[in-house]
Design a protein around this ligand. Sequence first.
Ligand SMILES: Cc1ncc(COP(=O)(O)O)c(C=O)c1O
Length: 454
Amino acid sequence: MEKQSQLTRTLIAKDKDHVWHPCTQMKDHEDFPIIPIERGEGVWLYDTEGNKYLDAVSSWWVNIFGHANPVISQAIADQANCLEQVLLAGFTHQPVVDLSTQLVELTPDNLQKCFYADNGSSAVEVALKMSFHYWRNVGKTDKKKFVALKNSYHGETIGALSVGDVELYKDTYQDLLLDVIIVEGADNYDKPAGESVDAYVERCFQAMEDTLAQRHNEISAVIVEPLVQCAGSMRMYDAAYLQRLRAACDRYDVHLIADEVAVGFGRTGHLFACQKAAISPDFMCLSKGLTGGYLPLSVVLTTQQIYAAFYDEYTSLRAFLHSHSYTGNPLACAAALATLKLFKDNDVINTNQKLIERIKHNGERFRGHQHIGDIRQTGMIFAIELVQDTASKKAYPWQQRRGLKAYHFALKNQLLLRPLGNVIYFMPPYVITTEQIDMVFDVMEQAVEIAVAD
Ligand SMILES: Cc1ncc(COP(=O)(O)O)c(C=O)c1O
């Protein structure tokens, strides 16, 4: 290994002494030292040794307009010199009013009210609690169960983890969690080659239909990640499933919670996945890209009808008494407003179509590869699934950590990929160029060969 600078060595040593990293077996860093990042610019991250990495995963899907974006940075700086924080109970401020007004305009028509929190998991907790509390307020106290899809992910706090279904994150904590009804979805990966999408969705939806038919009296809400289950290996499903789900929720008087924490803000090619699927949920959870990837902020949008069920004399004790210290933080709202302005000023949803096409074109390189069981894309989200054998789609044992091999190879080649098990995916900031997309796929192609080599 080349000699490292004093700064790098000190940061690595002190980090090891005192920092416990998220979603990490810390012992792994005995073999692969942590990488100190000094600065970011556009799609690039620069480490303290001067190496650069193209952030092909948008730093856990949050970054939309590149690192150190001058417009967002300036908006935060201006806001910091004016008002950095004020409690949102009893007080309001310009950024939160403007942001709420714009979000209501941009999201499906029935969503009229914004309730803020400060991360995706907390937004999910808010939506679950609000749904449960709504039914209680309208006298339907038996409706307290939640339905979620197989392979779903909604965050790591106890409620959010309960409505998830990724074993790796959930199994250890099972004894702590809510009893949730998990229903098989319509994962495109499992669709038989000869069956049409419509027939497949119709057949798969039966499980949800049966669940709702039998248990709607005890079900508060169904929660889904519309179109793409991101942390669940970027598995994708068709919009027809969401349309059936919306209709069934209406028929059985059950809320629909759309968790757009990961897929919101253009990831699916539309501003929101619900718009792509032409549905309106009862609750929509947003976070991640909301602030362009700058600051933690989340919001739950809901309907006038739900809001009205909480609106009463204080003594009726119907109010939603939920709060977080940083709810509606002005700096985060200013970052979000700058992000929305960038979307508008640059007509981003339309200009991204060119990037989407380039990703699609590049994805074709993997067609016919003997260890790639699936090539999938929804808008700006692309993924390939490594398998032992394409005919049977037999997965590599997770213990082999094939994706990790791809990760290390990519890092040495100026690319930050962070595979999910055997799935290598690409979800870049929208400031990426078509040439940079080509470069990502060049490295990804080699990384695949490293990962599948014995
Ligand atoms: C769909 C979805 N919901 C919720 C969350 C949780 O968000 P956070 O990590 O901000 O708590 C995530 C995080 O990846 C997510 O993908």
